[in-house]
Design a protein around this ligand. Sequence first.
Ligand SMILES: Cc1cc2nc3c(=O)[nH]c(=O)nc-3n(C[C@H](O)[C@H](O)[C@H](O)COP(=O)(O)OP(=O)(O)OC[C@H]3O[C@@H](n4cnc5c(N)ncnc54)[C@H](O)[C@@H]3O)c2cc1C
Length: 423
Amino acid sequence: MTEKIAVIGGGITGLFTTLYLANAGHDVHLYERGDIASGTSGHFHGMLHSGARYAVNDEISARECVIENRTIFEMASNFVDDTGGYFVALDSDEAEYGYTLFRRCIDLGIVTEEIQPEEFLKLEPFVNPSVQKVLKVPDKIIHSYEFNVAVALEALMNGASISINSNVEKINVEAGSVLGITVNDIRGTRRESFDYVVNAAGPYSSGLLSRSGLETPPLMPAVGSMAVYNGRYVNSVINRMRKPSDGDIFLPYGEVSILGTLATVVEDPEEFKVDSEDIEMMVEEGKEMIPLLGGMKYRRIYSSIRPLVDDNSKSARETTRSFRIVDHTADGLDGLVSIVGGKFTTGRLIGEKTADYVAGKFGNMDRGKKNIDLNSTYDRFSRSGKCRYPELLKMIEGKRGAIDEERLRPALSLIFAASICLD
Ligand SMILES: Cc1cc2nc3c(=O)[nH]c(=O)nc-3n(C[C@H](O)[C@H](O)[C@H](O)COP(=O)(O)OP(=O)(O)OC[C@H]3O[C@@H](n4cnc5c(N)ncnc54)[C@H](O)[C@@H]3O)c2cc1C
């Protein structure tokens, strides 16, 4: 394939889009302004959703999660903790919701089982003992950083190029067609020509398009926060048995536990502030599920932005967690798609659909290999002789740190070294 394709954004959607386009034989270049996963994909809650959270109110997203929960576990079990998850009802209204939840989960093919509260409390002794009803679902936890880097390495091995610390200032357009991008990196600012551009800048997509003088997609950026506690107080993902709301998920992540989240629509994803009252409210909600939190102080708070689809819902909680691939030909512009929405759990699926869509634009029916063994990626990359610093690779692969830690330097060097070697 001779056409050059640029992907903007090294989060989960941009990485999988790049990998699948490279697998389908395209000349694909990914630009990330920071490091791999320095946006929301490195600062989320860490859950590989079973689909149960969305089963009652967001069927499309739930269906996407059901499939991806299994697919990601098959492709990359090394990066997943198969902890399972529980929905817990703390009052009779929540128990009532549990009947609907159970039926919807079964309809959607989510393996769901009712557990007696006494049995459950033996497994999870720190959950509120007044729990009335418990459902078990296949929620899992994903070690996002190592996983993101694995997708990046796989893309490199399949011929993609990845430039980090490369900010795309604008998408260049002339006479209704995309000409390429203007990129700024350590070498300065320059224009690069491309036949097609995929905007996978996540919550930051609208800013990039506005700077380029282009129509913005239907995006509703919504900030969310998480509180990190020292220690591991539960063994599985604990969800409140009610419609998705604030402070209703508590999970173990490595040696810490994480409570989340909040969901507030923001005007500007680059400049937002989180109110301390909102954090306190989230913590109060969390204490209802896990009373132990009442006697503890969280270690830190981290926040990030959801790139939600603006589907005219009244609030960020009601908006779908599904995704859209927005083709800008509808605005009279050839050569550009923007990805909006989705979850980390469904990032692979979004990348697959986007890559297929773009390949189709070039009449390429070879959709490339989709089921890739990411468990062996680090090993294959080490043995490929293309990695200058195999010790860095080992450090990243062995890392099971907290989700938001500043531990990205090794990856930076790694990807940089790898790109040079593969040139
Ligand atoms: C609080 C919170 C909790 C969440 N919890 C979960 C969960 O438990 N499970 C789950 O499945 N999902 C969860 N999500 C959703 C999930 O994290 C996101 O949907 C997903 O990570 C978005 O990925 P992305 O690639 O679209 O965006 P991002 O990861 O934000 O990637 C976009 C990238 O583009 C880069 N970029 C932006 N502008 C430019 C530019 N001009 N030039 C170059 N690069 C640029 C950014 O630096 C960034 O790395 C959560 C989201 C939030 C906010």
